[in-house]
Every structure is written in structure tokens, then in C-alpha cells.
Design a protein around this ligand. Structure first.
Ligand code: ADP
Length: 211
């Protein structure tokens, strides 16, 4: 007899750099969620031999590769930074492939629900459409800046440049179904996670529609 399997219940997790998204994701994984990290998928697609490299080289030339045959991510970032058309070409190649792999992984998941870690969720209606629920990790911009400066040893100007290239805090909050406030200490952050986890478990079981 064929048991019909429901599609996985998908929660989209996003937040600006330094908001605490990775910290939050790790807590959900500890509670039993399956994390699908779209950045990790992007790295896999652009590592030596990666499936996206032939198309990227056709679009941008062989000189986008490092000596070991991976995408030179820093050089690529630099190249698209001031060239929106190039950014669009890059994203048109990478993003559908990232989504396809992420969705395939979610289909294979045995967890009660999956968490898609998508830094660019606010910028991507296509991704939003795959999420039953959108969870945004939020904190004041000053805190984002100081956390990233401490974590990555970057100068303030560099962090501000990255922030300016991302969706704004307001844009992210506008797509949120749920918000985790990470403006406090770690216990304040951690206390918000179990109730959300319970909510997603219940929603996954009863398939409550979003909004
Ligand atoms: P993101 O994945 O959004 O870039 P991280 O989860 O890596 O952010 O958090 C950024 C940095 O701030 C990390 O070094 C993390 O350990 C630290 N951090 C996150 N939340 C808190 C908090 N509530 N209190 C103190 N440090 C935190």
C-alpha cells in the first residue's frame, strides 16, 4: 500500500547580517528541526566541479575561477557590487538551482518541519512562496554592526556597506509572520525559541495555512 506523504512544512528563516540568524537556526536544530542552509548550497554549487560553474563561466568568463577551479566569490561579489545587470545574471543562474536543491532536500527530510535559512528571503518572492511561515530575526542596526565587527574583525565601514546592499530592517519585518527579537542577551534570545518550535510542530501536524 502506498502511504501518501504530505509535502514538508517549510519555515523560511531570515535576518540581516549579524542579526543572530545562525545562532537561532542552531537552536531550532537542537530542538529537532531540519535546517537547509541556502548559503551552504550556494558554496556547493560553486566549489571546484560545482554544477553552476559551466554556466557561470559561459556568462562571465573563465577568469571568475580561482586557481583550484572554484568560483572566486570575493572577486564575483566585487564585480556585481556596482553592476546591477551582472548581479541579475549571476542570480538568474544561481538562485533557481539553489531553490531546486533546497526543495529536493526538504522533500527528503524526515523531520517534523524544515527551516530554510535564506539570507535574501525578503528580496525573493519565489522563495517566500515556498514558505508556510516566515520567521525574521531582528535587532537594531547598531547591534548588527557591533556583532559583525566582533565576529568577523571587519571595519565598521565594510559592515555598513554590506548592510546597505541587503534588504532593510523594515522590508524584512514586512514579510514576517513571526519575529524573534535579538536585541537582548543570549537567554533573552533563547527563551523565544521553544514556543515558536511548538507552534511550528502544531502547524506542521495540522497544516494551518499561513495568513
Ligand atoms: P547572523 O547569522 O545573522 O549573521 P550570528 O548568529 O552569527 O548572526 O550572530 C552574530 C554574532 O553575534 C555571533 O558572533 C553570535 O555569537 C553573536 N550573537 C548573536 N546573538 C547574540 C546575543 N543575543 N548576545 C550576544 N551575542 C550574540
Amino acid at each position: 500500500m502506498n502511504a501518501t506523504r504530505l509535502p514538508p512544512y517549510c519555515v523560511g528563516l531570515t535576518g540581516g547580517i549579524g542579526s543572530g540568524k545562525s545562532t537561532v537556526a542552531a537552536h531550532f536544530v537542537r530542538l529537532g528541526a531540519d535546517l537547509i542552509d541556502t548559503d551552504a548550497i550556494a558554496r556547493q554549487l560553486t566549489a571546484p566541479g560545482g554544477a553552476a560553474l559551466p554556466q557561470l563561466c559561459a556568462a562571465f568568463g573563465q577568469n571568475i575561477l580561482t586557481a583550484d577551479g572554484a568560483l572566486d566569490r570575493a572577486a564575483m561579489r566585487q564585480r556585481v557590487f556596482s553592476d546591477p545587470a551582472a548581479r541579475q545574471r549571476l542570480e538568474a543562474i544561481l538562485h533557481p538551482r539553489i531553490r531546486e536543491l533546497a526543495l529536493a532536500r526538504s522533500q527528503a527530510s524526515q523531520a517534523p518541519y524544515v527551516l530554510f535559512d535564506v539570507p535574501l528571503l525578503a528580496e525573493s518572492p519565489a522563495w517566500q512562496a515556498h514558505c508556510a511561515r516566515i520567521l525574521v530575526v531582528d535587532c537594531p542596526i547598531e547591534l548588527q554592526i557591533s556583532r559583525v565587527m566582533a565576529r568577523n574583525g571587519l571595519p565598521r565601514a565594510e559592515v555598513e556597506r554590506i548592510l546597505a546592499s541587503q534588504a532593510s530592517r523594515a522590508q524584512r519585518l514586512a514579510i514576517a509572520d513571526d519575529v524573534i527579537d535579538n536585541s537582548g542577551d543570549r537567554p533573552h534570545l533563547e527563551a523565544q525559541i521553544p514556543p515558536l518550535h511548538q507552534h511550528y510542530l502544531r502547524a506542521a501536524l495540522t497544516r494551518v495555512a499561513r495568513k
